[in-house]
Design a protein around this ligand. Structure first.
Ligand code: PLP
Length: 389
């Protein structure tokens, strides 16, 4: 079939491919431990589920405003004002089905072919995919293990050119678990003050910082005025399947982004949005207990990985991913990913699923029980012992 040539530039998210392969193996009777997918294994808090059901029963089953229900936009503005220490105007808050559409529409609304976009490598694969698809030029910003998987303000300064249109930042980060400290954001804000590019700050893991508080680049200087600050419900409230995300955007982007929504999905399901209101305005104790459990699992996974032959793992500062180096195993990331699934029944991702600089690493999602994590580590140990024998 004669398909659009632009499709050749569109990438994907390998996590969904590995999930499909793991499910196929399970259908053949194999037992697989899932450490590949980035979704909390906890249930959505009960009061949020109830709010969604109530909304459906109350008849919230029709189209609603494309930018989002006013009540949710206000709740998001209030939450962002509190959590980021910024005065957020609800009129600049937009709501979408998941946070992901802001990556897609954010790039499409701002970048022309030939514009340069700086983005983290290794990083969430959709960044590079959408940059390429838009015709813009991807400019990777290396995140290195030696620096706790962050970068320096100089690294960004070296990559800024008159053609830099957008910088994508992600803290806490997928796949590395790296966190950008406040001091680094302050230094970066100084660098960016002399350049009028836009910023897309992906903060979907903002509630998952193990030490200290989350810091947003938008809280430095006047950067809120040119930042698309996006957050979502998937990770914080274990709501991946509900599809609900939001962002505060620069005022001139409100109308064009809304027009893109109208062209694509029309609106975000209203019952889902009312569940989101319950999440943001209700008790946060389940969010806190999820983080406490992730902290325990982080210890199990980091200690366990460091005990494996040829593997070393720095402690991730946020999110629920470990990004161990596997250089000492002598295997490529992709080969180890495949052998772990086929021979050890452990599904996880090669670092290369997140960019070229992911070679030599695996991404381990510890959104699984401690027992399953321990079983996976034991199976990995057996495989690595066999591989080096
Ligand atoms: N941004 C990052 C860094 C992610 O890891 C993910 C999901 O894995 C998303 C955005 C998308 O999240 P959502 O489910 O809200 O679309």
């Amino acid at each position: 079939m004669n398909l659009a040539t632009s499709l050749a530039r569109l990438g994907t998210e390998t996590a969904f491919e590995v999930l499909a392969r793991a499910k196929a193996l399970e259908a053949e009777g194999r037992e697989i431990i899932h450490l590949q997918i980035g979704e909390p294994d906890f249930d959505t808090p009960a009061h949020v589920v109830e709010a969604g059901i109530r909304a459906l029963r109350d008849g919230h089953t029709h189209y609603c405003p494309a930018p989002g229900l006013p009540v949710l936009r206000e709740a998001c503005a209030e939450y962002l004002s509190q959590s980021r220490g910024l005065p957020i105007d609800p009129a600049r808050v937009l709501v979408t089905p998941g946070a992901k559409p802001f990556l897609f529409f954010g790039v499409l609304a701002t970048c022309n072919p030939g514009d340069e976009v700086i983005y983290p490598d290794p990083g969430f694969p959709i960044y590079e995919s959408v940059i390429r698809w838009s015709g813009a030029i991807p400019v990777p910003l290396p995140l290195t293990e030696e620096r706790g998987f962050t970068f320096t303000a100089d690294d960004v300064a070296e990559r800024l050119t008159p053609r830099t249109k957008l910088i994508i930042l992600n803290s806490p980060a997928n796949p590395t678990g790296g966190v950008t400290p406040r001091e680094l954001n302050a230094e970066l804000a100084v660098v960016l003050a002399d350049h009028d590019c836009l910023i897309l700050s992906d903060e979907v893991y903002s509630e998952m910082v193990y030490d200290g508080d989350h810091d947003s680049i938008a809280s430095h200087g006047d950067l809120l005025e040119r930042t698309i600050l996006l957050d979502g419900f998937s990770k914080t409230f274990a709501m991946t399947g509900w599809r609900l995300g939001y962002a505060v955007v620069p005022a001139p982007l409100v109308e064009p982004l809304t027009r893109l929504f109208v062209n694509c999905h029309s609106c975000t399901p209203p019952a889902t949005q009312l569940a989101g209101v319950a999440a943001l305005t209700g008790p946060m104790d389940e969010v806190r207990s999820m983080l406490a459990e992730f902290r325990e699992r982080r210890r199990v996974v980091v200690d366990g990985l460091n005990a494996l032959p040829g593997v070393s793992c720095v402690e991730p500062a946020g999110a629920f991913y470990a990004f161990p180096s596997i250089v000492g195993t002598g295997l490529s990331a992709r080969e180890l990913q495949e052998r772990l699934l086929d021979e050890a029944g452990v599904a996880l991702l090669a670092g290369t699923a997140f960019g070229e600089r992911g070679e030599g690493y695996l991404r381990v999602s510890y959104a699984n029980s401690q027992d399953n994590i321990r079983a996976a580590l034991a199976a990995m140990g057996d495989l690595l012992a066999r591989a080096s024998a």
